[in-house]
Write a protein that binds this ligand. Structure first.
Ligand code: ZN
Length: 267
């Protein structure tokens, strides 16, 4: 298991993300292995939902209100009872009101080391840019992980993000990306990670950059883009990733994606 950060947004259908959230909670706390064993007392109780350091934050009706988040924030600064990391799972986190999200910000930016926040969401756009930029994003409907993007394709992807898309060449780009050896969702995921890094820089979040090797270029690009536009871009990417994963028409998905991002003036 890689290093576990302090806050994640788990994108995808709730039945999938809740499962992954519990796995992360176990991995952060398992007493037997660096991953999770599913056998120790801690893993078992996390799984059963009876661990005293595991909390579920649920919407009341159609929203999660600020009062609830204030209670969570207060509780989250108390040390765990027995676990290494106290875990809060926010169900339908995209239902947090803006006031509620703002109440969460300070803790997201400067969390106690013994804390793990897991925000389950379907709609990234409903979250404030400042919240998104302080969390790692995990897309848990993803199937193709860890494939390397060919260097020439990666360079072109970066070029359209950093230097802009020449609209007269859109068909060239669409074909190039749709025909790449790597699945389209992997390429789009990479693009989302670049926009997310720019957002991290833009909002001066202390969350780590995924593409740290590009940080100078990303800093430069951050000057021209607004946080709101960046979140919209990430959201647009994840909607097309869903299309591609559902075996939709890849060429069309790329076309819609590039047109969408161009219209949003982020490329
Ligand atoms: Zn265990």
């Amino acid at each position: 298991m890689r290093k576990i950060f302090h806050a994640y947004i788990l994108l995808g259908p709730e039945e999938e993300t809740i499962k992954k959230a519990i796995e992360l909670a176990k991995a952060a706390n398992c007493s037997e292995t660096p991953s999770f064993c599913d056998d120790c007392d801690c893993c078992r109780r996390m799984e059963a939902g009876s661990h005293p350091d595991l909390f579920h934050v649920l919407p009341d009706g159609s929203s999660i209100k600020v009062e609830k988040i204030r209670d969570v924030v207060m509780g989250s600064h108390q040390p765990p009872i027995e676990a290494r990391r106290k875990v809060y799972v926010f169900h339908e986190a995209d239902k947090m009101t803006h006031e509620a999200q703002n109440a969460l910000l300070k803790t997201l930016e400067d969390p106690p080391t013994s804390l793990l926040f897991l925000l389950l969401a379907r709609n990234l756009k409903a979250l404030l840019p400042t919240v998104v930029s302080r969390c790692q994003i995990l897309d848990y409907s993803k199937t193709d992980e860890g494939k390397d993007i060919p260097r020439d394709v990666k360079e072109i992807l970066l070029e359209v993000i950093l230097a802009g898309l020449d609209f007269s060449k859109i068909n060239f780009y669409v074909q190039k990306f749709a025909d790449a050896e790597v699945e389209s969702d992997v390429l789009m995921e990479f693009m989302a990670s670049v926009y997310r890094d720019i957002l991290v820089i833009k909002t001066k979040s202390r969350a780590g950059l995924k593409n740290w090797d590009l940080s100078d270029k990303l800093k430069k690009r951050a000057q021209d883009l607004s946080p709101r536009a960046l979140v919209r871009a990430i959201d647009t990417l994840y909607s097309q990733i869903e299309v591609v994963k559902a075996k939709g028409n890849e060429t069309l998905a790329w076309y819609n994606l590039l047109v969408g991002l161009k219209e949003q003036e982020v490329m």
